[in-house]
Design a protein around this ligand. Structure first.
Ligand code: SF4
Length: 128
């Protein structure tokens, strides 16, 4: 059955290459590194733990998008979610994902390994 709702990875990347161009003329809230990730120009592991979601059914795991589990207690949610698995993006549900809630924190987490990105982020925050 054709998937008419969700974009394919190449469609997402094409749209974000356009967004990246727009970001050079207008200030957007997404970081330049996240936009490059969404445009297919760099890669990150996911950080689903960075934007947790509480719902009427409980803490939604593993992320804002996927509700595989709902935990009434924070401790259960935090300690029993397999974060390493979800960070790896190996689940089929993660294959085309470029959700800002999963990857903006990854940009920040990776900054120590990419000093050039640190300066870009500072410039983006203070000069753009
Ligand atoms: S890659 Fe996307 S769908 Fe998968 S855990 Fe991260 S935010 Fe959720």
């Amino acid at each position: 059955m054709p998937n008419d709702i969700f974009l394919t990875k190449s469609e997402i990347q094409k749209k974000f290459r356009r967004v990246l161009e727009i970001s050079k003329r207008y200030r957007l809230t997404s970081t330049p590194m996240f936009l490059e990730f969404a445009a297919g120009m760099r890669d990150y592991r996911c950080s689903p733990w960075s934007t947790v979601t509480y719902t009427p059914r409980g803490w939604k795991g593993p992320c804002y998008l996927i509700g595989r589990t709902y935990s009434p207690s924070w401790d259960t949610f935090w300690n029993e979610t397999d974060w390493a698995y979800w960070e790896s993006r190996q689940d089929t549900a993660c294959q085309n994902c470029a959700m800002h809630s999963g990857f903006e924190a990854s940009v920040v987490k990776e900054l120590p390994r990419h000093p050039g990105d640190m300066f870009r982020l500072m410039a983006w925050n203070f000069l753009a």
